[in-house]
Design a protein around this ligand. Structure first.
Ligand code: G3H
Ligand code: ZN
Length: 324
């Protein structure tokens, strides 16, 4: 067995098991927020401490490549201390988002992650089961929780891209969960990664009916929704008013997400909305003060905008405020 170098427990992090149990019972969802840099992580922790929300901070394969996995881990470790300094000890899960191989998941488990996603959704069913089961067996040796995925999400996110969307088949979920031993299941019900989730004029609704069917097959089992950015049009406008060119960017209705959060959906992933908030704030700051060249003068406002967005999601969409 490969030697594990760092235990997440020593870093003050938690796995997702207990958080999900409480979220299902309480009818809310925990935010799955991605980070690649210091300002994003600060915004997440500030928002979650202020709202008293548990949080899942996510690192993708692309983030590891961009920012260096060791630096990201130390940032996550720092986040635990930072939250305490801010005056509240919120539960923090460090999660690998869209892990695409056993080796990547193993590396994260060995270096302080408390939760991993193994995304075998593009594989044939039996191969997805086999890969997910293998990751679960290793992860559970160390009390690390595992998210699997059934059904294919369309769109592009870092290295993960798919043009087609395949809804999760409710007939498969019970078998998948039993055979793999996963702790949570990401499903595809019409959400897709990125800022262009629907074409103009298309029906923008996600399939809450499929979610209800899945809940019947695996009652009280933690469900995860990916690709749940709503692409706020006021933020898109700020970007476009300040030199950006985002045309027909459309997201998921927050009303539908609010309904989903009340079900057994206990983790909702939001990344693109944060990217938009940062871009809007940076474009605006630089446009208003073209003579500015201190990164703190535009990254600071970006961090503030991100914090405000995350607080809004927690309070008005996920309902995880006060649950830490
Ligand atoms: O894994 C991360 C999320 O699925 C990102 O989704 O592009 O809708 O923010 P998003
Ligand atoms: Zn995703």
């Amino acid at each position: 067995m490969p030697t594990r170098i760092i235990s997440y427990k020593d870093l003050g992090l938690v796995n997702s098991r207990e958080l999900f149990r409480k979220a299902i019972k309480g009818g809310y969802a925990i935010p799955g927020y991605n980070f690649n840099n210091l300002e994003q992580l600060q915004a997440i922790i500030l928002a979650c401490v202020e709202t008293r929300s548990p949080v899942i901070i996510q690192v993708s394969k692309g983030a590891r490549k961009y920012a260096n996995q060791t630096l990201l881990r130390f940032l996550a470790q720092g986040a635990v201390e930072y939250a305490r300094e801010l005056g509240y000890n919120i539960p923090i899960v460090l999660h690998l988002d869209h892990g695409d191989s056993y080796e990547l998941c193993q590396d994260c488990i060995n270096t302080g992650f408390s939760s991993v996603m193994i995304d075998g959704s593009h594989l044939p069913y039996d191969q997805n089961v086999a890969l997910t089961k293998k990751v679960v067996e290793y992860a559970h040796l160390y009390d690390v929780t595992v998210e699997g995925e059934l059904g294919v999400l369309a769109g592009i996110e870092d290295d993960v891209a798919s043009e087609t969307h395949t809804y999760t088949q409710p007939d498969e979920v019970e078998d998948f969960v039993n055979k793999t031993g996963v702790d949570s299941l990401a499903i595809a019900i019409g959400t897709s990664h990125g800022a262009y989730k629907f074409k103009p004029g298309e029906d923008h609704a996600i399939r809450l009916d499929i979610l209800a069917e899945i809940e019947k097959r695996i009652p009280n089992f933690p469900i995860v929704l990916h690709s749940s950015s709503s692409i706020p049009q006021d933020i898109v406008k700020i970007i476009n008013d300040n030199g950006g060119r985002l045309k027909d960017a459309i997201g998921i209705s927050e009303d539908q997400l609010r309904l989903a959060a009340k079900s057994t959906v206990c983790k909702i992933n939001i990344d693109s909305d944060g990217r938009l908030a940062v871009t809007a704030a940076v474009r605006k700051a630089l446009n208003e003060k073209p003579e500015e060249f201190d990164p703190r003068k535009y990254l600071g406002p970006a961090r503030d905008a991100l914090k405000a967005l995350y607080m809004h999601k927690i309070i008005n969409v996920l309902g995880s405020n006060g649950k830490a």
